[in-house]
Design a protein around this ligand. Structure first.
Ligand code: ZN
Length: 330
């Protein structure tokens, strides 16, 4: 297969602190021989494991970019054994636009894997991570939150995998990240995900959903900051003790955990995030936007559980995910 058009401006395997860019040629109206310049850092001290830490895979999710900017500025080679590769905004064009997907090609970075070296900008970035970055890593963390259209209880997540030893290693890393909730995550649509790419290579992989609404809070950033540090200690890269607090395990036993709107309208949540709900309990009402006097459509819970996600904007459309119901696990 052809070589990736992405070129790192710094070495990936040199001791010390290196801050640079992943440079991807992008010829366009305002810069004929221009490039997309994705900021990244490599902090290395001798042999040891490699952690690949990314945020901004969706450009409207901010805990990752903020916590990784801080870590890139503060982590010293003397603190670690091995290597930490930090990419605060994997979909840098989307991050600059404050959008979930790329303004250049409409691509969704977390549905673009394995990518193509001769594809769109999004596919070229995905291909570079698929073939050049993921193979370097022992542990992979991709920090997400809900973006503008979803909000979540703050959780770290692992997936159910065929390889149970790998699954156990991912679960241990998720527990080390130690968000307030720890979810065995069922994906609605896992084709093309970075998660799937990393897991298919046998990597220890952790993802998160730390909040949402297109912003970040002091609390959600603090969860990212602590989780990053804990994960590096867990991986044997950073010296020190993990800071572990109680976490609520959550499972997602079926596709009916995703509660999907079938009507357009004005969204009235009747329960907030983290609420315990019973099967058949009303979760939300959808009111008409264009007339008064119409009864609202009610959305009820498909099972006993806990609300772990909700639609964020005030208006909904058919097909929107209204809420996600998780089940308390052990
Ligand atoms: Zn995301």
């Amino acid at each position: 297969m052809m070589q990736s058009p992405v070129t790192p401006t710094i070495p990936l395997d040199q001791d010390g602190v290196n801050h640079g860019y992943l440079r991807l040629p992008h010829s366009r109206d305002d810069s004929a021989w221009g490039s997309v310049m994705i900021p990244f850092s490599v902090i290395q001290n001798g042999p040891g494991p490699t952690a690949l830490l990314t945020g901004g895979s969706h450009g409207d999710e901010y805990e990752g970019p903020i916590a990784l900017q801080e870590l890139a500025t503060t982590l010293q080679p003397g603190d670690i054994q091995g290597r930490v590769i930090l990419v605060p905004a994997l979909d840098f064009p989307a991050f600059l636009a404050g959008a979930r997907t790329s303004p250049i090609d409409g691509g969704n970075m977390n549905r673009a894997f394995p990518g193509r070296p001769d594809g769109t900008i999004t596919e070229k970035i995905a291909d570079f991570f698929q073939r050049e970055m993921l193979p370097l890593a022992d542990v992979v963390l991709d920090i997400h939150s809900g973006g503008k259209s979803l909000d979540f209880v703050p959780f770290a997540a692992a997936h159910v995998l065929d390889d149970k030893a790998q699954q156990a290693a991912c679960v241990a890393a998720m527990r080390a990240f130690n968000a307030p909730y720890s979810v065995m995550l069922r994906e609605m649509d896992n084709v093309g995900m970075y998660d799937t790419a990393a897991e298919s290579m046998g990597k220890v992989f952790v993802t998160t959903e730390l909040g949402g609404g297109g912003s970040a809070t002091a609390r959600s950033i603090g969860i990212a900051r602590k989780g990053l540090r804990n994960l590096l200690v867990h991986a044997g890269i950073l010296a020190g003790e993990m800071r572990i607090e109680p976490t609520q395990p959550i499972e997602m036993p079926g596709d009916d955990c995703f509660v999907i709107c079938q009507n357009a309208g004005l969204f009235e949540p009747l329960v907030d995030l983290g609420a315990s709900v019973s099967e058949g309990e009303r979760l939300a009402r959808i009111w008409s936007v264009d007339r008064t006097g119409s009864a609202p459509v009610e959305i009820t819970s498909p099972r006993d559980g806990l609300t772990i996600s909700r639609h964020f904007p005030g208006l909904v459309n058919p097909g929107d995910c209204a809420m996600v119901i998780g089940v308390k696990g052990k």
